[in-house]
Design a protein. Structure first.
Length: 138
């Protein structure tokens, strides 16, 4: 066997064995005991930026016809049906809240959901005003 053939065979063997030894990293649960990120993806509706609205709209009618109450766990979304419940997770704080869609919006580019003041408080959004979130089926 020539040196070139032996070298090629050795290199192919090393590459083949090296490929067999690698394995995907294990999927570990999150510190708070929730499902791993890969499982959450199945529930994911969308990602984007969330904002909140409160006092200036408190007591006004929403697109669904009900009166907006900034102290309830509600939200505005452009397309989700009214009365849909979704979980909104703040990607900065890791906190989440379940809200009911009762209004339309937001109408600012790049934003995917507007939360009531109380919902925003529960996920630490008041401090930031706008934050990256993931919207999940609840």
């Amino acid at each position: 066997m020539s040196f070139k053939s032996a070298f090629t065979l050795a290199l192919a063997t090393v590459l083949w064995l090296g490929g067999c030894s690698t394995q995907a990293p294990p999927t570990l649960p999150t510190p708070d005991g929730e499902e791993p990120a890969a499982v959450l993806d199945a529930r994911e509706i969308e990602r984007g930026r969330a904002s909140w609205y409160g006092e200036p709209f408190h007591g006004r009618r929403t697109a669904s016809g009900e009166v907006f109450n900034m102290n309830e766990l509600t939200a505005a979304h452009k397309t989700l049906p009214f009365d849909t419940r979704v979980r909104v997770r703040n990607l900065i704080t890791g906190q989440d809240v379940v809200v009911r869609i009762n209004d339309r919006g937001p109408f600012t580019k790049g934003r995917v959901i507007d939360l009531s003041r109380t919902a925003a408080e529960q996920i630490g959004l008041i401090r930031y005003g706008v934050a990256p979130v993931v919207v999940l089926r609840d």
